[in-house]
Ligand binder design. Structure first.
Ligand code: MSP
Length: 662
């Protein structure tokens, strides 16, 4: 009898339907999809929910602007979101919409229950409201008179409202932060949440004078429920929760809730846990906030909030359109190009950090990692199998097995990374296996073994290469499901082969005798000099023209303006480890107070990793992210010394993390 599989419930934010989704929205749902697919392969019973947030002033404004009724607008837009996520190969189990009667009913009943038990009370709200963020703010929250998140104007509001006693739960939330180390991630965000709560949690204003497009308070129809209170309840609606019947809750608590950093502190890490505590429900296992995709348009300013890809700034970067462009330029199949876009967003930055999104960067990664590494291994191996062993998986005799260790290492490394939602780390582990394959074919030169008549050795090498490709196909499934399918098909395997478990991916798993079915290259290399590739890579007309790159600095003197471009910040090293195969390199996690970064630093010879944790250093924070020794490095720490680092630049007294250094 098999044991009941462990349940795994994963959620994304539900998105406002003010305009079509862009790559930022797709990012969260794609990341959650990769996690859900991985957990399914781990044998878990997965429930993956995404959806749309359809009430609130923003959506109503968008409907008015489109000249249609609010209902028509949300129906149309929710369908667009659903389709775009499906076309991005996201296999969600439930697409929830907050206008569903089941959800509306639950919101009203939860509101009533909390009101009856005294957690919701009536009062007078006097403060500010940011319509684009649908956020109530107090004087102390404003930055230069504007919304602290989107930096836009706020409106003064005085209104009779209901309040939710968030403040009552502040201590319990702080305690949960201490007791559940993985509750809020990444680490730097957890500190941000703790300081926000310690500054004092205000009760949350959760209703306003009836608005035509919000959920009415059941016994006080003059008031409608604040869109965020309504939206957060979606996680319970989808789970089947009913406050009056314990038996219906099939999925809560969530295992993982992902979202971007801007909706963590004020909502998911404060009001939401307080609501759960008031309902006497367990907290989610993990709430993880990822970074933002930023526009490459530098003229928009230096601040991440100004550069954030956003609907309201008119960034219409649809993931589907990006995949179409990529398919056209490269000649790859559209579904493969879509997977390449998934690969890009999951590998380009460490989950939790900001990244710059550009088609140019997508094309480069397509060429470097997909065409040159993965495609190359497939395109070299299959013709050799056709030429030398009749297109069939050869019998390796006693000679094979070289792929066993690298396969196990990739499988286990990727699994450990996926447990921490480290998608780029998981892909780095899998790419280690691909590099092994490409090195192995060069070293073993099966064409020479063939020429020399060493057929047993040749067959063993070819088997190892196919074995390696087979494992790669299985391991990339969570990230690029259609690519995985296509590699399996070219290896002559059926779709069913993909339904294995993660743990059974191992060397020697490929059956002997199967006939391979080589097809066209999956990732045709993009000629970056082609006019259409160049056109895509060109800055759009509104971009500032970029200065030509200089190979050497022109002069040893720089202007004050040049100096001011450098963003030095105080950072604390919160974790450090060696980088495998790179003797001089360390991978550091540094905290800037409200942000954690991964940094590669060539200081391993001078500083054993365990001596660094807790050190306060100076970080060059606006250095373009770069991959160094396989580590995605987002900044550089300062050290004295020319070729070899002699000493780290540290601080002689305490000052807040993230402080500017001038
Ligand atoms: N409706 C609320 C969420 C309610 S959840 C109970 C909302 N909606 S939103 O349409 O503004 O979407 C926010 C989410 O979209 C972010 O949390 C993030 O998941 C995703 N992103 C939107 N723009 C993004 C970037 N530029 N970069 C990364 N993610 C982005 O807030």
């Amino acid at each position: 009898m098999s044991a009941t599989p462990e349940k795994f419930y994963i959620t994304t934010p539900i998105y406002y339907v003010t305009a079509a989704p862009h790559i930022g929205h797709a990012y969260t749902t794609i990341a959650a999809d990769a996690c859900a697919r991985f957990q399914r392969l781990m044998g878990k019973d997965v429930f993956f929910v995404t959806g749309t947030d359809e009430h609130g002033g923003k959506n109503l404004e968008a409907a008015r602007a489109a000249g249609i009724s609010a209902q028509e607008h949300v129906d149309q837009q929710a369908a667009v979101y659903k389709r775009v996520f499906e076309e991005s190969h996201c296999e969600f189990d439930r697409f929830i919409r907050t206008t569903e009667p089941e959800h509306v009913d639950l919101v009203q009943r939860i509101f009533q229950k909390l009101k009856d038990q005294g957690d919701i009370y009536k009062g007078e709200y006097e403060g500010w409201y940011c319509v684009p963020c649908e956020t109530y703010l107090l004087d102390k929250d404003l930055q230069e008179g504007n919304c602290p998140d989107c930096k836009r104007e706020v409106t003064r509001t005085t209104t009779e409202s209901y309040f939710f006693r968030t403040s009552k739960y502040a201590d319990r939330i702080l305690k949960a932060l201490e007791e559940k180390p993985d509750f809020i991630g990444p680490e730097g965000r957890k500190n941000e949440v703790a300081s926000f709560i310690k500054r004092g949690l205000q009760d949350a204003c959760i209703s306003r004078k009836a608005s035509e497009w919000d959920i009415p308070v059941k016994d006080d129809p003059d008031q409608t429920i604040y869109v965020w209170f309504d939206a957060l309840v979606n996680y319970l609606t989808a789970a089947g929760y009913d406050p009056d019947d314990d038996a219906t809750n099939e999925w809560w608590p969530a295992s993982v809730q992902v979202m971007a950093k801007d909706i963590l502190v004020r909502f998911h890490a404060t009001i939401w846990p307080a609501m759960l505590m008031a309902l006497d429900l367990p907290l989610p296992e993990v709430i993880f906030a990822h970074g933002w995709w930023l526009s490459p348009d530098e003229s928009r300013g230096d601040d991440a909030a100004e550069r954030k890809i956003s609907k309201s700034r008119g960034d219409l970067v649809s993931p589907v359109e990006i995949a179409k462009d990529l398919a056209e330029i490269s000649g790859a199949r559209l579904d493969i190009a879509m997977d390449a876009v998934r690969y890009f967003v999951l590998s380009e930055v460490t989950f939790g950090l900001d990244g710059v999104f550009s088609i140019d960067a997508v094309m480069r990664r397509f060429n470097d990692d997909l065409a040159n590494d993965l495609g190359n291994l497939l395109n070299r191996t299959l013709p050799l199998v056709e030429r030398f062993v009749d297109g069939k998986v050869p019998d390796p005799g006693d000679g094979a097995g070289a792929a066993g260790d690298p396969i196990a290492k990739a499988r286990d490394g990727a699994a450990a990374a996926m447990d921490k939602l480290d998608f780029s780390g998981a892909l780095t582990s899998i790419w280690g296996l691909i590099s092994f394959g490409n090195r192995y074919v060069d070293e073993k030169a099966p064409w020479d073994l063939h020429k020399e008549g060493k057929t047993a050795e040749r067959d063993a090498v070819l088997y190892d290469l196919l074995d390696c490709l087979h494992a790669v196909a299985l391991l990339v499934q969570p990230f690029m499901p259609m690519v995985a399918k296509e590699i399996l098909a070219q290896l002559g395997l059926s779709d069913a082969d993909g339904h294995t478990t993660w743990d059974s991916v191992a060397g020697g798993a490929l059956a002997v005798g199967g006939e391979i079915k080589r097809d066209k290259p999956i990732f045709p290399r993009i000629d970056m000099k082609r006019p259409d590739a160049q056109a895509e890579a060109q800055p759009k007309p509104k971009d500032k023209p970029k200065k030509a790159k200089k190979s050497e600095p022109e002069t040893s003197e720089i202007t004050f303006d040049d100096f001011m471009k450098l963003d030095f910040r105080v950072a604390e090293i919160i974790a450090a480890k060696n980088v495998e195969g790179k003797d001089r390199l360390l991978e550091l996690q540094v905290s800037l107070g409200d942000e954690t970064r991964t940094i590669a630093a060539g200081i391993a010879e001078q500083y054993p990793p365990e001596t660094l944790v807790g050190k306060r250093v100076v970080l060059v924070a606006n250095l373009k992210p770069a991959k160094i020794g396989g580590v995605e490095s987002h900044g550089m720490i300062l050290a004295a010394g020319e070729k070899k680092p002699l000493a780290l630049v540290t601080l002689d007294r305490d000052c807040p993390l993230g402080s500017k250094v001038r």
